[in-house]
Design a protein around this ligand. Structure first.
Ligand SMILES: [Zn+2]
Ligand SMILES: [Zn+2]
Ligand SMILES: [Zn+2]
Length: 213
């Protein structure tokens, strides 16, 4: 029957559109508790630090949304954790994270890949680029009460073990400065080139003193 066919078509169209909308906007799925989600620019936890690993949440980070994270519930999203196995919060208490912060074979592959990209695309003027290890103080750690982890001067995100950075040359070993900017195209982080396209830092952005060239 013609009318019924039309109705079926309309229903199918609506179902398709709803499916497309959900597929294009995973944020839709964060309205319920205890679910996984992908961090968006509008995620309620976007500007918070993970209470477990101390890292910021970047766009595209898969997370687990806890009971307090229901979007639109009016409850603070105080229970959101990363799902990246390279971070402490995903590995679970007492376990070693995988990847650059841990000791899996993946870390070797990603380190070699990053070294290859660095060799192919070195920074302008030979600016030194250093990989951060889990022991470097710039790498954010599980929150110590009131402590604020260092952040990239360009993207304002925290630093993760294994990421390559340019350190302010005024006093790179000293927490008095230690200002750092991501320079890790292999990880999609070109903060240094975006911040200083000319490849130089003349004034320390923290101590406001001239940097020796
Ligand atoms: Zn985390
Ligand atoms: Zn950055
Ligand atoms: Zn400095």
């Amino acid at each position: 029957m013609r009318v019924a066919d039309d109705d079926d078509d309309a229903l199918a169209d609506r179902a398709f559109e709803a499916g497309m909308a959900a597929g294009l906007d995973p944020q839709e799925e964060t309205g319920r508790t205890g679910e996984t989600a992908v961090t968006h620019v509008s995620s309620p936890w976007n500007h918070r630090l993970c209470t477990t690993c101390g890292q910021s949440f970047r766009r595209g980070d898969p997370v687990r949304v806890g009971d307090g994270g229901a979007a639109g519930s009016g409850v603070a999203p105080d229970d959101v954790a990363h799902l990246d196995p390279a971070l402490v919060c995903a590995a679970g208490p007492g376990e070693e994270p995988e990847g650059p912060g841990g000791h899996s074979t993946d870390s070797t592959a990603s380190t070699e890949f990053a070294a290859g990209v660095l060799a192919t695309w070195p920074p302008v003027d030979g600016v030194p680029v250093a990989p951060l290890t889990a022991d470097d103080w710039q790498v954010a750690r599980p929150a110590v009460h009131g402590a604020r982890p260092p952040r990239c001067l360009y993207c304002a995100h925290t630093f993760r073990a294994g990421e390559h950075v340019v350190l302010c040359p005024c006093s790179p070993a000293s927490p008095a400065c230690g200002a750092a900017v991501h320079r890790d195209p292999a990880a999609g982080l070109v903060c240094w080139e975006s911040w200083r396209p000319e490849g130089r830092l003349k004034i320390c952005p923290v101590k406001l003193v001239a940097v020796r060239e």
